[in-house]
Design a protein around this ligand. Structure first.
Ligand code: ADP
Length: 622
Protein backbone atom coordinates (compact mmCIF):
# COMPACT_ATOMS: atom_id res chain seq x y z
CA UNK A 1 0.00 0.00 0.00
CA UNK A 2 2.80 2.34 0.98
CA UNK A 3 4.84 1.74 -2.18
CA UNK A 4 1.75 2.28 -4.25
CA UNK A 5 1.22 5.64 -2.61
CA UNK A 6 4.79 6.75 -3.23
CA UNK A 7 4.59 5.47 -6.76
CA UNK A 8 1.49 7.58 -7.31
CA UNK A 9 3.28 10.67 -5.95
CA UNK A 10 6.31 9.98 -8.14
CA UNK A 11 4.27 9.38 -11.26
CA UNK A 12 2.07 12.40 -10.66
CA UNK A 13 4.65 15.01 -9.77
CA UNK A 14 8.10 13.76 -10.61
CA UNK A 15 7.58 11.12 -13.32
CA UNK A 16 9.50 11.35 -16.56
CA UNK A 17 6.68 12.31 -18.93
CA UNK A 18 7.73 15.34 -20.96
CA UNK A 19 4.14 16.13 -21.83
CA UNK A 20 3.18 16.22 -18.15
CA UNK A 21 6.02 18.59 -17.35
CA UNK A 22 4.86 20.81 -20.19
CA UNK A 23 1.27 20.73 -18.92
CA UNK A 24 2.33 21.58 -15.39
CA UNK A 25 4.52 24.40 -16.64
CA UNK A 26 1.64 25.85 -18.63
CA UNK A 27 -0.76 25.52 -15.71
CA UNK A 28 1.70 27.07 -13.30
CA UNK A 29 2.34 29.92 -15.67
CA UNK A 30 -1.35 30.39 -16.26
CA UNK A 31 -1.92 30.42 -12.50
CA UNK A 32 1.12 32.44 -11.62
CA UNK A 33 0.35 35.46 -13.78
CA UNK A 34 -3.14 36.16 -12.36
CA UNK A 35 -1.85 35.30 -8.90
CA UNK A 36 0.94 37.84 -9.12
CA UNK A 37 -1.48 40.39 -10.57
CA UNK A 38 -3.99 39.72 -7.81
CA UNK A 39 -1.26 39.91 -5.17
CA UNK A 40 0.03 43.19 -6.57
CA UNK A 41 -3.44 44.71 -6.79
CA UNK A 42 -4.43 43.59 -3.29
CA UNK A 43 -1.10 44.79 -1.88
CA UNK A 44 -1.67 48.14 -3.51
CA UNK A 45 -5.25 48.33 -2.25
CA UNK A 46 -4.28 47.26 1.27
CA UNK A 47 -1.58 49.86 1.36
CA UNK A 48 -3.91 52.55 0.10
CA UNK A 49 -6.79 51.63 2.39
CA UNK A 50 -4.46 51.36 5.28
CA UNK A 51 -3.08 54.83 4.67
CA UNK A 52 -6.61 56.18 4.40
CA UNK A 53 -7.60 54.28 7.54
CA UNK A 54 -4.67 55.64 9.52
CA UNK A 55 -5.48 59.17 8.43
CA UNK A 56 -9.17 58.73 9.12
CA UNK A 57 -8.51 57.32 12.58
CA UNK A 58 -6.09 60.08 13.40
CA UNK A 59 -8.48 62.73 12.10
CA UNK A 60 -11.40 61.28 14.02
CA UNK A 61 -9.45 61.06 17.21
CA UNK A 62 -7.97 64.54 16.89
CA UNK A 63 -11.42 65.98 16.12
CA UNK A 64 -12.98 64.11 19.01
CA UNK A 65 -10.34 65.26 21.46
CA UNK A 66 -10.54 68.77 20.06
CA UNK A 67 -14.30 68.73 20.71
CA UNK A 68 -13.78 67.46 24.22
CA UNK A 69 -11.27 70.19 25.00
CA UNK A 70 -13.59 72.76 23.50
CA UNK A 71 -16.30 71.49 25.80
CA UNK A 72 -13.99 71.66 28.84
CA UNK A 73 -13.15 75.25 27.95
CA UNK A 74 -16.79 76.12 27.23
CA UNK A 75 -17.80 74.60 30.55
CA UNK A 76 -15.15 76.59 32.39
CA UNK A 77 -16.12 79.81 30.69
CA UNK A 78 -19.86 79.36 30.87
CA UNK A 79 -19.80 78.64 34.59
CA UNK A 80 -18.27 82.06 35.04
CA UNK A 81 -20.86 83.87 32.97
CA UNK A 82 -23.20 84.83 35.73
CA UNK A 83 -26.40 86.72 35.31
CA UNK A 84 -27.52 88.27 38.58
CA UNK A 85 -31.13 89.04 39.15
CA UNK A 86 -30.86 92.36 40.93
CA UNK A 87 -32.76 95.25 39.43
CA UNK A 88 -30.31 97.93 40.32
CA UNK A 89 -26.59 98.18 39.73
CA UNK A 90 -25.83 96.82 43.15
CA UNK A 91 -22.96 94.49 43.57
CA UNK A 92 -23.61 90.95 44.45
CA UNK A 93 -24.26 90.52 48.11
CA UNK A 94 -21.15 89.46 50.00
CA UNK A 95 -22.65 86.38 51.49
CA UNK A 96 -23.88 85.37 48.05
CA UNK A 97 -20.40 85.80 46.54
CA UNK A 98 -18.85 83.11 48.72
CA UNK A 99 -21.70 80.84 47.94
CA UNK A 100 -21.34 81.48 44.20
CA UNK A 101 -17.54 81.05 44.12
CA UNK A 102 -17.73 77.81 46.08
CA UNK A 103 -20.40 76.60 43.67
CA UNK A 104 -18.30 77.60 40.64
CA UNK A 105 -15.30 75.59 41.86
CA UNK A 106 -17.48 72.68 42.84
CA UNK A 107 -19.27 72.54 39.52
CA UNK A 108 -16.22 72.74 37.32
CA UNK A 109 -13.35 70.34 37.69
CA UNK A 110 -10.89 72.32 35.63
CA UNK A 111 -11.15 75.58 37.58
CA UNK A 112 -8.78 75.75 40.51
CA UNK A 113 -9.35 79.34 41.52
CA UNK A 114 -12.26 81.76 41.19
CA UNK A 115 -12.81 85.33 42.33
CA UNK A 116 -15.01 88.37 41.91
CA UNK A 117 -13.31 91.64 41.05
CA UNK A 118 -14.66 94.99 42.14
CA UNK A 119 -16.18 97.38 39.63
CA UNK A 120 -18.01 99.71 42.00
CA UNK A 121 -15.47 102.04 43.63
CA UNK A 122 -17.93 103.28 46.19
CA UNK A 123 -18.26 99.93 47.84
CA UNK A 124 -14.87 98.31 47.20
CA UNK A 125 -11.50 99.03 45.65
CA UNK A 126 -11.86 99.14 41.92
CA UNK A 127 -9.98 96.36 40.22
CA UNK A 128 -9.32 94.51 43.45
CA UNK A 129 -10.57 91.11 44.22
CA UNK A 130 -13.50 91.15 46.56
CA UNK A 131 -13.71 87.45 47.28
CA UNK A 132 -11.40 84.71 46.21
CA UNK A 133 -11.72 80.96 46.51
CA UNK A 134 -9.05 78.40 45.73
CA UNK A 135 -9.17 74.69 45.35
CA UNK A 136 -6.37 72.49 46.68
CA UNK A 137 -6.59 68.74 46.65
CA UNK A 138 -10.28 68.84 45.72
CA UNK A 139 -11.18 71.00 48.67
CA UNK A 140 -12.38 74.60 48.07
CA UNK A 141 -11.87 77.30 50.57
CA UNK A 142 -11.79 81.11 50.67
CA UNK A 143 -8.39 82.74 50.31
CA UNK A 144 -7.24 85.64 52.40
CA UNK A 145 -4.99 86.95 49.67
CA UNK A 146 -6.86 89.42 47.47
CA UNK A 147 -4.99 90.88 44.54
CA UNK A 148 -5.10 94.09 42.60
CA UNK A 149 -6.17 93.10 39.13
CA UNK A 150 -6.94 96.57 37.83
CA UNK A 151 -4.32 96.07 35.08
CA UNK A 152 -5.11 92.43 34.42
CA UNK A 153 -6.09 91.95 30.73
CA UNK A 154 -8.81 89.49 31.76
CA UNK A 155 -10.35 92.01 34.15
CA UNK A 156 -10.14 94.77 31.56
CA UNK A 157 -11.79 92.65 28.89
CA UNK A 158 -14.56 91.41 31.18
CA UNK A 159 -15.18 94.96 32.42
CA UNK A 160 -15.90 95.82 28.80
CA UNK A 161 -18.41 92.99 28.65
CA UNK A 162 -16.20 90.43 26.89
CA UNK A 163 -15.44 86.95 28.02
CA UNK A 164 -11.71 86.49 28.31
CA UNK A 165 -9.69 83.35 27.77
CA UNK A 166 -6.02 84.07 28.34
CA UNK A 167 -2.78 82.55 27.13
CA UNK A 168 -1.39 79.45 28.74
CA UNK A 169 0.88 80.30 31.63
CA UNK A 170 3.50 78.00 33.05
CA UNK A 171 3.69 78.30 36.75
CA UNK A 172 6.00 75.98 38.69
CA UNK A 173 5.48 73.21 36.17
CA UNK A 174 1.74 73.80 36.41
CA UNK A 175 -0.11 75.15 33.44
CA UNK A 176 -3.09 77.34 33.70
CA UNK A 177 -5.15 79.80 31.80
CA UNK A 178 -6.69 82.92 33.11
CA UNK A 179 -10.42 83.13 32.37
CA UNK A 180 -12.63 86.12 32.99
CA UNK A 181 -16.27 86.91 32.34
CA UNK A 182 -18.52 89.85 33.08
CA UNK A 183 -21.26 89.54 35.71
CA UNK A 184 -24.38 91.01 34.19
CA UNK A 185 -27.52 92.25 35.82
CA UNK A 186 -30.86 91.53 34.28
CA UNK A 187 -30.53 94.67 32.16
CA UNK A 188 -27.34 93.38 30.66
CA UNK A 189 -25.11 95.82 32.52
CA UNK A 190 -21.74 94.66 33.83
CA UNK A 191 -21.91 94.80 37.59
CA UNK A 192 -18.82 92.78 38.44
CA UNK A 193 -16.13 90.60 36.93
CA UNK A 194 -15.83 86.89 37.62
CA UNK A 195 -12.32 85.70 37.26
CA UNK A 196 -10.94 82.17 37.38
CA UNK A 197 -7.92 80.07 36.67
CA UNK A 198 -8.35 77.00 34.61
CA UNK A 199 -5.98 74.10 35.12
CA UNK A 200 -5.22 71.30 32.64
CA UNK A 201 -6.32 68.32 34.70
CA UNK A 202 -9.36 67.56 32.57
CA UNK A 203 -7.54 68.22 29.30
CA UNK A 204 -4.68 65.97 30.35
CA UNK A 205 -7.17 63.30 31.39
CA UNK A 206 -8.94 63.61 28.05
CA UNK A 207 -5.80 63.07 25.99
CA UNK A 208 -4.51 60.32 28.22
CA UNK A 209 -7.70 58.36 27.85
CA UNK A 210 -7.66 58.13 24.08
CA UNK A 211 -6.22 55.14 22.30
CA UNK A 212 -4.61 55.09 18.86
CA UNK A 213 -3.49 51.54 18.27
CA UNK A 214 -0.83 50.44 20.73
CA UNK A 215 1.61 53.29 20.38
CA UNK A 216 -0.36 56.22 18.93
CA UNK A 217 -1.14 59.26 21.07
CA UNK A 218 -2.57 62.77 20.91
CA UNK A 219 -1.37 66.00 22.46
CA UNK A 220 -2.43 69.60 22.64
CA UNK A 221 -0.54 72.69 21.56
CA UNK A 222 -1.32 76.33 22.10
CA UNK A 223 -1.45 78.96 19.40
CA UNK A 224 2.35 79.21 19.43
CA UNK A 225 2.89 75.53 18.99
CA UNK A 226 3.95 74.98 22.62
CA UNK A 227 2.90 71.62 23.98
CA UNK A 228 0.36 72.22 26.71
CA UNK A 229 -0.84 68.70 27.20
CA UNK A 230 0.92 65.50 26.35
CA UNK A 231 0.85 61.94 27.67
CA UNK A 232 4.59 62.31 28.10
CA UNK A 233 4.58 65.09 30.65
CA UNK A 234 8.28 65.79 30.22
CA UNK A 235 7.40 67.36 26.90
CA UNK A 236 5.09 69.97 28.41
CA UNK A 237 6.23 73.47 27.59
CA UNK A 238 8.37 72.24 24.69
CA UNK A 239 7.65 73.61 21.28
CA UNK A 240 6.11 71.43 18.59
CA UNK A 241 6.19 74.29 16.13
CA UNK A 242 7.95 73.11 13.00
CA UNK A 243 6.50 69.62 13.14
CA UNK A 244 4.21 69.44 10.09
CA UNK A 245 1.04 68.37 11.96
CA UNK A 246 1.39 71.17 14.51
CA UNK A 247 2.26 73.56 11.72
CA UNK A 248 -0.93 72.65 9.86
CA UNK A 249 -2.90 73.89 12.86
CA UNK A 250 -1.04 77.02 13.87
CA UNK A 251 -0.36 78.10 10.30
CA UNK A 252 -3.34 76.67 8.40
CA UNK A 253 -2.29 78.54 5.26
CA UNK A 254 1.00 76.67 4.96
CA UNK A 255 1.02 74.15 2.16
CA UNK A 256 0.95 71.14 4.37
CA UNK A 257 -1.07 68.13 3.46
CA UNK A 258 -3.61 66.37 5.56
CA UNK A 259 -1.62 63.39 6.56
CA UNK A 260 2.04 63.78 7.20
CA UNK A 261 4.91 61.51 7.91
CA UNK A 262 7.72 63.06 9.86
CA UNK A 263 10.06 62.67 12.79
CA UNK A 264 8.40 63.60 16.11
CA UNK A 265 10.10 65.43 18.98
CA UNK A 266 11.51 62.13 20.26
CA UNK A 267 13.04 61.35 16.88
CA UNK A 268 10.48 58.64 16.00
CA UNK A 269 8.95 58.51 12.54
CA UNK A 270 5.22 59.06 12.89
CA UNK A 271 2.27 59.85 10.71
CA UNK A 272 0.37 62.71 12.22
CA UNK A 273 -2.53 65.08 11.73
CA UNK A 274 -3.51 68.29 13.48
CA UNK A 275 -6.99 69.64 14.28
CA UNK A 276 -7.66 73.10 15.66
CA UNK A 277 -9.59 73.62 18.87
CA UNK A 278 -12.21 76.15 17.86
CA UNK A 279 -12.12 79.72 19.16
CA UNK A 280 -9.00 79.41 21.34
CA UNK A 281 -6.42 78.81 18.61
CA UNK A 282 -5.08 75.66 20.19
CA UNK A 283 -4.54 72.49 18.27
CA UNK A 284 -4.84 68.77 18.87
CA UNK A 285 -2.18 66.66 17.20
CA UNK A 286 -2.58 62.93 16.73
CA UNK A 287 0.63 61.03 16.04
CA UNK A 288 1.01 57.35 15.31
CA UNK A 289 4.46 55.77 15.03
CA UNK A 290 4.95 54.34 11.55
CA UNK A 291 6.55 51.24 12.99
CA UNK A 292 3.17 50.09 14.25
CA UNK A 293 1.12 51.07 11.21
CA UNK A 294 3.70 49.49 8.87
CA UNK A 295 3.75 46.38 11.02
CA UNK A 296 0.03 46.00 10.41
CA UNK A 297 0.55 46.30 6.65
CA UNK A 298 3.44 43.86 6.79
CA UNK A 299 1.27 41.33 8.60
CA UNK A 300 -1.37 41.67 5.88
CA UNK A 301 1.29 41.31 3.18
CA UNK A 302 2.60 38.16 4.80
CA UNK A 303 -0.93 36.79 4.82
CA UNK A 304 -1.33 37.63 1.12
CA UNK A 305 2.01 35.96 0.31
CA UNK A 306 1.09 32.89 2.33
CA UNK A 307 -2.21 32.68 0.54
CA UNK A 308 -0.45 33.02 -2.84
CA UNK A 309 2.01 30.28 -1.93
CA UNK A 310 -0.75 27.92 -0.86
CA UNK A 311 -2.65 28.75 -4.05
CA UNK A 312 0.47 28.04 -6.11
CA UNK A 313 1.06 24.70 -4.43
CA UNK A 314 -2.58 23.82 -4.97
CA UNK A 315 -2.32 24.83 -8.63
CA UNK A 316 0.81 22.68 -9.02
CA UNK A 317 -0.86 19.69 -7.40
CA UNK A 318 -4.08 20.08 -9.36
CA UNK A 319 -2.20 20.76 -12.60
CA UNK A 320 -0.06 17.68 -12.11
CA UNK A 321 -3.08 15.57 -11.39
CA UNK A 322 -5.06 16.89 -14.37
CA UNK A 323 -2.01 16.47 -16.57
CA UNK A 324 -1.67 12.88 -15.43
CA UNK A 325 -5.32 12.20 -16.20
CA UNK A 326 -4.89 13.77 -19.64
CA UNK A 327 -1.64 12.00 -20.34
CA UNK A 328 -2.64 8.49 -19.30
CA UNK A 329 -4.51 7.80 -22.54
CA UNK A 330 -1.78 9.53 -24.55
CA UNK A 331 0.82 7.28 -22.93
CA UNK A 332 -1.36 4.29 -23.82
CA UNK A 333 -1.56 5.55 -27.40
CA UNK A 334 2.21 5.96 -27.51
CA UNK A 335 2.68 2.43 -26.22
CA UNK A 336 0.19 1.20 -28.83
CA UNK A 337 1.89 2.98 -31.73
CA UNK A 338 5.33 1.76 -30.69
CA UNK A 339 4.08 -1.83 -30.48
CA UNK A 340 2.41 -1.45 -33.89
CA UNK A 341 5.62 0.10 -35.22
CA UNK A 342 7.42 -3.02 -34.02
CA UNK A 343 5.17 -5.05 -36.29
CA UNK A 344 2.79 -6.55 -33.74
CA UNK A 345 -0.60 -5.83 -35.31
CA UNK A 346 -2.50 -7.89 -32.72
CA UNK A 347 -2.03 -5.23 -30.01
CA UNK A 348 -5.15 -3.30 -28.96
CA UNK A 349 -5.28 -0.03 -27.04
CA UNK A 350 -8.05 0.39 -24.50
CA UNK A 351 -9.00 4.04 -23.89
CA UNK A 352 -12.29 4.90 -22.24
CA UNK A 353 -12.20 8.68 -21.90
CA UNK A 354 -15.32 9.33 -23.95
CA UNK A 355 -13.59 12.06 -25.97
CA UNK A 356 -11.37 12.54 -29.04
CA UNK A 357 -8.65 10.42 -27.45
CA UNK A 358 -11.01 7.47 -27.26
CA UNK A 359 -11.79 8.01 -30.97
CA UNK A 360 -8.06 8.07 -31.66
CA UNK A 361 -7.60 4.80 -29.81
CA UNK A 362 -10.41 3.18 -31.80
CA UNK A 363 -8.90 4.45 -35.06
CA UNK A 364 -5.52 3.04 -34.07
CA UNK A 365 -7.07 -0.38 -33.41
CA UNK A 366 -8.83 -0.24 -36.76
CA UNK A 367 -5.58 0.73 -38.47
CA UNK A 368 -3.81 -2.22 -36.80
CA UNK A 369 -6.46 -4.56 -38.17
CA UNK A 370 -6.10 -3.15 -41.67
CA UNK A 371 -2.33 -3.37 -41.44
CA UNK A 372 -2.64 -6.98 -40.38
CA UNK A 373 -4.68 -7.68 -43.52
CA UNK A 374 -2.22 -5.78 -45.65
CA UNK A 375 0.69 -7.65 -44.14
CA UNK A 376 -0.87 -10.99 -45.09
CA UNK A 377 -1.39 -9.75 -48.66
CA UNK A 378 2.19 -8.51 -48.72
CA UNK A 379 3.52 -11.82 -47.50
CA UNK A 380 1.51 -13.65 -50.13
CA UNK A 381 2.86 -11.37 -52.82
CA UNK A 382 6.43 -11.88 -51.61
CA UNK A 383 6.01 -15.61 -51.69
CA UNK A 384 4.54 -15.45 -55.19
CA UNK A 385 7.43 -13.28 -56.32
CA UNK A 386 9.96 -15.70 -54.88
CA UNK A 387 8.16 -18.56 -56.56
CA UNK A 388 8.08 -16.88 -59.94
CA UNK A 389 11.74 -15.91 -59.53
CA UNK A 390 12.81 -19.48 -58.97
CA UNK A 391 10.51 -20.55 -61.79
CA UNK A 392 12.25 -18.06 -64.05
CA UNK A 393 15.66 -19.33 -62.95
CA UNK A 394 14.48 -22.86 -63.54
CA UNK A 395 13.30 -21.89 -67.02
CA UNK A 396 16.59 -20.11 -67.77
CA UNK A 397 18.52 -23.11 -66.58
CA UNK A 398 16.39 -25.42 -68.63
CA UNK A 399 16.87 -23.14 -71.66
CA UNK A 400 20.61 -23.17 -71.06
CA UNK A 401 20.53 -26.91 -70.77
CA UNK A 402 18.58 -27.20 -74.04
CA UNK A 403 21.00 -24.81 -75.73
CA UNK A 404 23.93 -26.76 -74.35
CA UNK A 405 22.56 -30.06 -75.60
CA UNK A 406 21.70 -28.59 -79.02
CA UNK A 407 25.14 -26.99 -79.34
CA UNK A 408 27.02 -30.03 -78.17
CA UNK A 409 24.93 -32.35 -80.34
CA UNK A 410 25.41 -30.09 -83.32
CA UNK A 411 29.12 -29.68 -82.69
CA UNK A 412 29.71 -33.39 -82.37
CA UNK A 413 27.44 -34.08 -85.31
CA UNK A 414 29.59 -32.23 -87.82
CA UNK A 415 32.95 -33.99 -87.28
CA UNK A 416 31.20 -37.32 -86.69
CA UNK A 417 29.32 -37.14 -90.01
CA UNK A 418 32.58 -36.16 -91.75
CA UNK A 419 34.24 -39.21 -90.19
CA UNK A 420 31.27 -41.40 -91.31
CA UNK A 421 31.54 -39.98 -94.83
CA UNK A 422 35.31 -40.57 -94.84
CA UNK A 423 34.92 -44.14 -93.69
CA UNK A 424 32.32 -44.68 -96.45
CA UNK A 425 34.75 -43.23 -98.98
CA UNK A 426 37.56 -45.48 -97.76
CA UNK A 427 35.39 -48.56 -98.17
CA UNK A 428 35.07 -47.80 -101.94
CA UNK A 429 36.97 -50.45 -104.03
CA UNK A 430 38.64 -47.97 -106.31
CA UNK A 431 40.68 -45.63 -104.24
CA UNK A 432 43.25 -43.28 -105.59
CA UNK A 433 46.19 -42.29 -103.44
CA UNK A 434 45.01 -38.73 -103.64
CA UNK A 435 41.56 -39.64 -102.36
CA UNK A 436 43.01 -41.63 -99.48
CA UNK A 437 45.19 -38.71 -98.51
CA UNK A 438 42.30 -36.23 -98.59
CA UNK A 439 39.97 -38.52 -96.74
CA UNK A 440 42.55 -39.22 -94.02
CA UNK A 441 43.16 -35.48 -93.66
CA UNK A 442 39.40 -34.93 -93.22
CA UNK A 443 39.26 -37.64 -90.56
CA UNK A 444 42.24 -36.10 -88.82
CA UNK A 445 40.66 -32.62 -88.89
CA UNK A 446 37.39 -33.97 -87.51
CA UNK A 447 39.27 -35.77 -84.78
CA UNK A 448 40.98 -32.48 -83.85
CA UNK A 449 37.59 -30.71 -83.81
CA UNK A 450 36.15 -33.36 -81.51
CA UNK A 451 39.18 -32.99 -79.21
CA UNK A 452 38.70 -29.24 -79.26
CA UNK A 453 35.01 -29.55 -78.37
CA UNK A 454 35.73 -32.02 -75.58
CA UNK A 455 38.51 -29.74 -74.42
CA UNK A 456 36.11 -26.78 -74.19
CA UNK A 457 33.58 -28.87 -72.26
CA UNK A 458 36.23 -30.16 -69.87
CA UNK A 459 37.47 -26.63 -69.25
CA UNK A 460 33.89 -25.39 -68.71
CA UNK A 461 33.23 -28.14 -66.19
CA UNK A 462 36.45 -27.11 -64.44
CA UNK A 463 35.81 -23.36 -64.50
CA UNK A 464 32.07 -23.42 -63.98
CA UNK A 465 29.80 -20.43 -64.57
CA UNK A 466 31.10 -18.37 -61.65
CA UNK A 467 34.89 -18.80 -61.34
CA UNK A 468 37.07 -17.88 -58.43
CA UNK A 469 40.80 -18.26 -58.63
CA UNK A 470 42.12 -21.30 -56.71
CA UNK A 471 45.46 -23.09 -56.44
CA UNK A 472 47.25 -19.98 -57.69
CA UNK A 473 51.04 -19.88 -57.86
CA UNK A 474 53.61 -17.55 -59.48
CA UNK A 475 53.57 -18.40 -63.15
CA UNK A 476 55.44 -17.03 -66.14
CA UNK A 477 52.67 -15.83 -68.45
CA UNK A 478 55.06 -15.68 -71.43
CA UNK A 479 55.63 -19.41 -71.08
CA UNK A 480 51.89 -20.07 -71.02
CA UNK A 481 51.57 -18.06 -74.26
CA UNK A 482 54.36 -20.05 -75.90
CA UNK A 483 52.63 -23.32 -74.93
CA UNK A 484 49.36 -22.07 -76.42
CA UNK A 485 51.13 -21.03 -79.65
CA UNK A 486 52.55 -24.53 -79.92
CA UNK A 487 49.13 -26.10 -79.56
CA UNK A 488 47.79 -23.91 -82.40
CA UNK A 489 50.88 -24.35 -84.51
CA UNK A 490 49.52 -27.23 -86.56
CA UNK A 491 46.35 -25.33 -87.45
CA UNK A 492 48.45 -22.24 -88.22
CA UNK A 493 50.72 -24.24 -90.45
CA UNK A 494 47.76 -25.65 -92.39
CA UNK A 495 46.38 -22.15 -92.93
CA UNK A 496 49.80 -20.66 -93.52
CA UNK A 497 49.21 -18.13 -90.72
CA UNK A 498 52.31 -16.56 -89.18
CA UNK A 499 52.14 -16.30 -85.40
CA UNK A 500 54.65 -13.72 -84.19
CA UNK A 501 55.60 -13.62 -80.53
CA UNK A 502 58.77 -12.16 -79.07
CA UNK A 503 59.15 -13.45 -75.51
CA UNK A 504 60.49 -10.87 -73.05
CA UNK A 505 63.95 -11.15 -71.58
CA UNK A 506 62.61 -11.12 -68.04
CA UNK A 507 59.95 -13.64 -67.01
CA UNK A 508 56.46 -12.06 -66.74
CA UNK A 509 55.36 -13.54 -63.42
CA UNK A 510 51.82 -13.34 -62.07
CA UNK A 511 50.09 -15.36 -59.43
CA UNK A 512 47.55 -17.42 -61.39
CA UNK A 513 45.93 -20.83 -61.69
CA UNK A 514 48.09 -22.31 -64.38
CA UNK A 515 45.56 -24.70 -65.91
CA UNK A 516 42.72 -22.20 -66.39
CA UNK A 517 45.02 -19.34 -67.46
CA UNK A 518 46.60 -21.62 -70.09
CA UNK A 519 43.09 -22.35 -71.42
CA UNK A 520 42.51 -18.56 -71.76
CA UNK A 521 45.50 -18.09 -74.07
CA UNK A 522 44.80 -21.36 -75.94
CA UNK A 523 41.29 -20.06 -76.75
CA UNK A 524 42.42 -16.54 -77.69
CA UNK A 525 45.30 -17.71 -79.93
CA UNK A 526 43.16 -20.52 -81.38
CA UNK A 527 40.49 -17.92 -82.27
CA UNK A 528 43.08 -15.52 -83.77
CA UNK A 529 44.46 -18.30 -85.96
CA UNK A 530 41.06 -19.89 -86.66
CA UNK A 531 39.41 -16.60 -87.73
CA UNK A 532 42.42 -15.50 -89.81
CA UNK A 533 42.38 -15.80 -93.54
CA UNK A 534 44.98 -18.05 -95.17
CA UNK A 535 48.38 -16.38 -95.13
CA UNK A 536 47.29 -14.01 -92.34
CA UNK A 537 49.29 -12.72 -89.38
CA UNK A 538 48.83 -13.06 -85.65
CA UNK A 539 50.99 -10.77 -83.50
CA UNK A 540 51.26 -11.34 -79.77
CA UNK A 541 52.81 -8.81 -77.39
CA UNK A 542 53.38 -8.98 -73.64
CA UNK A 543 54.22 -6.21 -71.22
CA UNK A 544 55.14 -6.76 -67.57
CA UNK A 545 53.89 -3.60 -65.90
CA UNK A 546 54.57 -3.18 -62.17
CA UNK A 547 51.05 -4.13 -61.11
CA UNK A 548 49.81 -6.27 -63.97
CA UNK A 549 50.80 -8.30 -66.98
CA UNK A 550 49.32 -6.92 -70.19
CA UNK A 551 48.89 -9.13 -73.28
CA UNK A 552 47.77 -8.04 -76.72
CA UNK A 553 46.72 -10.60 -79.40
CA UNK A 554 46.20 -9.04 -82.82
CA UNK A 555 45.05 -10.68 -86.05
CA UNK A 556 44.07 -9.38 -89.48
CA UNK A 557 41.28 -11.92 -89.94
CA UNK A 558 37.54 -11.74 -90.51
CA UNK A 559 36.82 -9.40 -87.57
CA UNK A 560 33.59 -9.26 -85.60
CA UNK A 561 30.48 -7.63 -87.09
CA UNK A 562 29.41 -4.53 -85.16
CA UNK A 563 25.99 -5.94 -84.25
CA UNK A 564 27.58 -9.05 -82.66
CA UNK A 565 30.24 -7.27 -80.68
CA UNK A 566 28.11 -6.93 -77.51
CA UNK A 567 27.38 -10.68 -77.38
CA UNK A 568 30.65 -12.43 -78.07
CA UNK A 569 31.42 -13.10 -74.39
CA UNK A 570 28.06 -14.88 -73.84
CA UNK A 571 28.15 -18.66 -73.61
CA UNK A 572 27.35 -20.50 -76.89
CA UNK A 573 27.35 -17.28 -78.89
CA UNK A 574 28.96 -17.30 -82.30
CA UNK A 575 28.96 -14.44 -84.83
CA UNK A 576 27.41 -15.18 -88.21
CA UNK A 577 30.68 -14.64 -90.16
CA UNK A 578 32.46 -16.96 -87.71
CA UNK A 579 30.03 -19.79 -88.39
CA UNK A 580 30.65 -19.38 -92.11
CA UNK A 581 34.39 -19.37 -91.66
CA UNK A 582 34.74 -22.21 -89.19
CA UNK A 583 31.81 -24.54 -88.92
CA UNK A 584 32.96 -26.13 -85.70
CA UNK A 585 32.96 -24.08 -82.51
CA UNK A 586 31.14 -24.17 -79.17
CA UNK A 587 30.89 -20.44 -78.49
CA UNK A 588 32.37 -21.20 -75.08
CA UNK A 589 35.99 -20.07 -75.53
CA UNK A 590 35.55 -16.35 -74.88
CA UNK A 591 33.00 -17.01 -72.12
CA UNK A 592 35.57 -19.22 -70.37
CA UNK A 593 38.34 -16.65 -71.00
CA UNK A 594 36.30 -13.79 -69.48
CA UNK A 595 35.18 -15.91 -66.52
CA UNK A 596 38.76 -16.95 -65.73
CA UNK A 597 40.33 -13.50 -66.21
CA UNK A 598 37.68 -11.83 -64.05
CA UNK A 599 38.02 -14.63 -61.49
CA UNK A 600 41.66 -13.54 -61.26
CA UNK A 601 40.61 -9.90 -60.78
CA UNK A 602 41.74 -8.94 -64.31
CA UNK A 603 40.14 -7.47 -67.48
CA UNK A 604 39.57 -8.66 -71.02
CA UNK A 605 38.53 -6.27 -73.83
CA UNK A 606 38.75 -6.15 -77.60
CA UNK A 607 38.69 -3.92 -80.66
CA UNK A 608 37.48 -5.29 -83.96
CA UNK A 609 36.31 -4.32 -87.43
CA UNK A 610 34.70 -6.77 -89.80
CA UNK A 611 37.06 -8.00 -92.54
CA UNK A 612 39.98 -6.08 -91.05
CA UNK A 613 40.82 -8.03 -87.93
CA UNK A 614 40.52 -8.15 -84.17
CA UNK A 615 42.74 -7.27 -81.21
CA UNK A 616 42.13 -8.77 -77.78
CA UNK A 617 43.63 -7.12 -74.67
CA UNK A 618 44.15 -9.02 -71.44
CA UNK A 619 45.33 -7.58 -68.12
CA UNK A 620 46.19 -9.92 -65.24
CA UNK A 621 47.04 -8.59 -61.78
CA UNK A 622 50.43 -9.82 -60.62
P1 ADP B 1 34.12 -20.27 -80.94
O1 ADP B 1 35.42 -19.80 -81.36
O2 ADP B 1 34.13 -21.69 -80.51
O3 ADP B 1 33.03 -19.95 -81.88
P2 ADP B 1 34.53 -18.39 -78.87
O4 ADP B 1 33.79 -18.22 -77.61
O5 ADP B 1 35.95 -18.64 -78.80
O6 ADP B 1 33.74 -19.52 -79.67
O7 ADP B 1 34.27 -17.11 -79.75
C1 ADP B 1 32.98 -16.61 -79.84
C2 ADP B 1 32.79 -15.86 -81.11
O8 ADP B 1 33.58 -14.67 -81.11
C3 ADP B 1 33.26 -16.57 -82.27
O9 ADP B 1 32.28 -17.47 -82.75
C4 ADP B 1 33.51 -15.44 -83.25
O10 ADP B 1 32.35 -15.02 -83.84
C5 ADP B 1 34.04 -14.38 -82.40
N1 ADP B 1 35.52 -14.33 -82.38
C6 ADP B 1 36.33 -14.69 -81.34
N2 ADP B 1 37.61 -14.43 -81.64
C7 ADP B 1 37.62 -13.88 -82.90
C8 ADP B 1 38.65 -13.40 -83.73
N3 ADP B 1 39.94 -13.43 -83.41
N4 ADP B 1 38.28 -12.90 -84.99
C9 ADP B 1 36.97 -12.86 -85.32
N5 ADP B 1 35.95 -13.32 -84.57
C10 ADP B 1 36.28 -13.82 -83.35
Amino acid sequence: MKTKYWYWIWRTFLGPSRLRKKFVRVFLLAGLVPLILMGAVSAYLVNLTHRIDVTALENNLASQVSGEIKKIIDDAVSVLEIKVTFEELAPIAFNQQDFLLEGILKNNGSLSEASFVCLTPRQCDFGHEIKRWIKTGGESQPSQILRDLSKDPGFLAARDGKTYFGPVVFNDSNLNVSVAAPVLNKNGQVVSVAKARMNFDLVQKAIEEVKLGETGYVYVIDQNGVIISHPDKSLLGKSAAGLPAAESVIKPDSLIKNQLVYENSNGIIVSGVGKPVEAVGWGVVAEWPRAETQELIRAIFIQIAAFALIALILIAVIASWIALKLIEPIAELRQGTSVLGGGNFNYKVNIKTGDELEDLGKNLNKMAENLKGLEEVHELRLRTEMLSESLKKEQELSKLKDQFITTVTHQFNTPLSIIKWALDELSEPKLTKEKIKNTSAAISKSQRDIVSIVDDLVTLSEVGFRYQKTKAKPTDIAKLIQKAIEISSEAAKIKNVAVIFKPPTEPAIAEVNEFTMEKVFENLIDNAVGYSNDGGNVAIEIEAAPKEIKVKIKDNGIGIPKEDQTSIFEQFFRARNAMAKKNVGTGLGLFIAKTVIEGHGGRITFQSEENKGSTFYVAIPR
